[in-house]
Design a protein around this ligand. Sequence first.
Ligand code: PMP
Length: 369
Amino acid sequence: MWEPIFAVGDQGSEAPRPSGRLAGLPSYGRGRAGQGVVFAHRLGSNEAPDPPSAAIQAAVARAMAGAHRYPDLRGEMLVEALASRHGLPSDMIAVSAGSVTMLDQLVRAFCDPGDRVITAWRSYEAYPIIVGGAGARLLEVPLDSDHRLDMAAILHACRSQARVVIICNPNNPTGTMLGPAELEALLDAIPAQTLVILDEAYADYADEAGMVASSPARRLSRHRNLVVLRTFSKAWGLAGMRVGYCLADRSIVAAANTVAPPFPLPMTAQAAALAALAEGDVVTARITASVEQRRRMSEGLAALGFQVALSKANFVWLAVGEEAGALTLHLHAAGIAVRCFHGEGVRVTTGTAADTQALLTAAAAWMSR
Ligand code: PMP
């Protein structure tokens, strides 16, 4: 029989210690109360409510048959397909296991310890973890009173030698968005030596499909310091397959690839993403449905007396401040998973019409308690 050499916990002061960079870093939380809890309405993680199509599932099953071999080294076939979708050469695109991994690669590739990274705040909760983990310093510039990015304040912060600026547009968790002209003005004003990471995880919900496909190429032709991040996790309905990518000048893509692990994407994930790219109509229908539920949710919640930020994403932000924790528990009790930002607000993802109805019923009960 196998005998343990030492009991867990025996190592004491001899145990390896992680880098001091990790001290005080927040850890990424789940958008629902854990795997064990089953919610009838899963509105906590900005996922798509519908499962992948039969065609995507069949493509994944076919890819499995070759799983004893390594996949493409850098997802070359998927990169080619993305290049044709976005009208860019393939060396201006790199894929990763989720866009959050590409964000991590970019920060590691462009930041030295102590470098300054700027972002608006509140924004995506992975930013402080990634920046801190790379040993860089994150400067969080508060959103304005409408929960929107404060352009003047971001530009002011950029004057003090920012290495990287991260702009989440539409912003998670508020859903607010800079329009094309505002974004262009901001990109124009950021110094050319600062890398601008434009995180467009939710761009698909904000604009017409042709514009969403063509906007990176247009922006990249004017701003060589720009990198656009996209994901298959939201409107493309493949959160569980972990596929993201960036579009940027070839020197930026080369740097991101330098710090990438070999074979970043399983062949099943590449197959799923390729099959999804062939189903533009499914994606358009999913977006239309989500935008309709966003409208119903936003209007219904506002009519109940909630302060609802103007969202261009697949979620709405309820700026309930100190009541965030209690509202979250109330919604959990009604079988609705949401994301709680303690002391700030609650983020609710759009789902099916039934999800919206359940949310509005529970929200009405909260207001009349
Ligand atoms: N950026 C933003 C703004 C997000 O909200 C998320 C997911 N919640 C991501 C990036 C990461 O998405 P993924 O890694 O699934 O592509």
